[in-house]
Design a protein around this ligand. Structure first.
Ligand SMILES: Nc1ncnc2c1ncn2[C@@H]1O[C@H](COP(=O)(O)OP(=O)(O)OP(=O)(O)O)[C@@H](O)[C@H]1O
Ligand SMILES: [Mg+2]
Length: 460
């Protein structure tokens, strides 16, 4: 790999100092910003490893709120960034709280360029060491669970649990929304177990008609039912010595659940139409995207079976909750698909990053995979855009991170809903919104909305 350019961002509202600093650091790739909004835009665009930020972002203001908010937003968006805050002599206390918030260091003005250069240089060196360290750690984390990207705290915890239970024979239940990786993780459980060189047999309890499921699972003897022309071995027996994966266990018909319970207790099966008890040694892993407690409450799942299958329960977090891991997984998938499609794509454009961060991903990793696969095929440029992902202009899902915009969007939406419900009646709508009529009029003016179009008369 070639040398990676060192990117520095300077956030300073004083144009003279900004220019002076820019010149001083011209050996780096420098981007500049004069306020919070620009800083966040530049941060997204350039992902600088080090940021030099004045903590007093309004030169005539006594208050550091803006500076601290910029720092907080920077670290929230890119937690590994090394932020050095510039302070005045009098700001010592606030500098400490900046460091407590996660700033890497602070530097007292007046600026002495040589010293500052040393500090910045050191911040780059530390940042690079940490990046390398994380890369190596990820390699260690990833290698036993091949092909599984686990970059968020939640997924790392899941992988650690998988590694711990894999060597045992404990019956394990994987819980997670559709597309979160239950099957992928069940295969990892098998691969890491002493049974790895035996069969991994999966059966989807939701996909097989109820009347066939028993014979699929336990097999049948010749002539045991119409169409049973020959003796057939079931999935449980096929998995003998290895792992049986009961996918969508929540959909197992209640009648079959007692037979499954018996098998789990006694570890013997009887084929349909057979009289012989056949001992089977399998490790059982189950998965469902339903809530077992709800199923039990509704009488759809036997409580005793639930306790049998959940000797160990692993909860897989939905993709949207994976915080810092979301983009890492998206990037990994992008690399994978652009390599397999032979397309030279460099990464995600800003709007795609924002869309990935704010979309709700009901289909989880599977949906992400599909969208990225599609985007790699569709992309015209070197960067994947929100449009390529099919997430452009979807106001409900792609939210702005700019607080003012978010507030405006939320307000307009609430007002529209209230007006719709009240057929444009201002008094009622204001009451519903918990504001006075004049305030509602002000807001209608501000957002260019008219109550008339919501009145009953306007309805088609
Ligand atoms: N952490 C991950 N790293 C890489 N790929 C993943 C990860 N999690 C899931 N995938 C991929 O996402 C897709 C969906 O995963 P999987 O089929 O295991 O989900 P599932 O929970 O069984 O879904 P469903 O409930 O719909 O059956 C697969 O192609 C899988 O390879
Ligand atoms: Mg599945």
């Amino acid at each position: 790999m070639g040398e990676i350019a060192r990117k520095l961002m300077i956030v300073e509202d004083d144009p003279d100092l900004r220019a002076q600093l820019q010149q001083c650091f011209d050996s780096y790739v420098v981007c500049v910003a004069k306020n919070r909004e620009q800083a966040i835009t530049e941060l997204r665009r350039h992902e600088p490893a080090v940021v030099l930020q004045n903590l007093r972002l309004h030169s005539n203001s006594e208050c550091m709120e803006e500076g601290l908010a910029t720092l907080a937003e920077t670290l929230k968006l890119a937690p590994h960034t090394k932020v050095i805050v510039l302070i005045d002599n009098v700001d010592q206390g606030i500098a400490m709280s900046a460091v407590a918030q996660g700033a890497y260091n602070f530097y007292k003005k007046p600026v002495e360029l040589d010293t500052l250069r040393l500090i910045v240089n050191r911040a780059f060196a530390i940042s690079e060491l940490e990046t390398e360290n994380r890369r190596l750690q990820n390699q260690v984390n990833e290698s036993p669970l091949d092909g599984i990207v686990a970059a968020s705290e939640g997924m790392l915890a899941v992988c650690r649990m998988i590694e711990k239970v894999a060597p045992t024979d404990v019956t394990t239940l994987l819980l997670g929304e559709s597309g979160t990786g239950k099957e992928l993780l069940s295969r990892a459980l098998h691969r890491l177990s002493p049974r790895a060189d035996q069969n991994f047999v999966a059966i989807n309890c939701a996909a097989i008609p109820e009347n066939l499921l028993e014979s699929e699972l336990f097999g049948h003897e010749k002539g045991s039912f119409t169409g049973a022309h020959k003796q057939t071995i079931g999935k449980v027996e096929l998995a003998s010595g290895g792992t049986l994966f009961l996918d969508e266990i929540g959909d197992m018909p209640i009648a079959l659940q007692s037979k499954m319970l018996r098998f789990l207790q006694e570890r013997v099966i009887e084929r349909v139409g057979g009289r012989q008890e056949i001992p089977v040694d399998v490790r059982v892993v189950c998965a469902t995207n339903q809530n077992p407690e709800d199923l039990i409450a509704e009488g759809l799942f036997r409580e005793d079976l639930y306790y049998r299958v959940s000797e160990m329960t692993i909860n897989i977090p939905p993709y949207r909750d994976r915080e810092e891991g979301r983009l890492i997984l998206a990037r990994t998938l992008l690399q994978k698909f652009s390599a397999s499609q032979n397309r030279a794509i460099n990464g995600f454009a800003d709007d795609a990053v924002q869309a990935i961060e704010s979309y709700s991903w009901p289909g989880n990793v599977r949906e992400l995979e599909n969208k990225i696969k599609g985007a790699v095929i569709m992309a015209d440029g070197k960067m994947i855009t929100a449009q390529d992902l099919g997430l452009a202009g979807n106001g409900n899902d792609v939210e702005s991170l700019n607080l003012r915009e978010v507030r405006q969007q939320a307000e307009t939406k609430a007002i529209r809903v209230a007006l719709t419900k009240c057929y444009g009646n201002i008094s009622k709508a204001a009451e519903l919104l918990g504001i006075t009529r004049p305030t509602l009029y002000d807001l209608l003016n501000k957002y260019g909305l008219s109550s008339d179009s919501y009145s009953k008369k306007a309805a088609p």
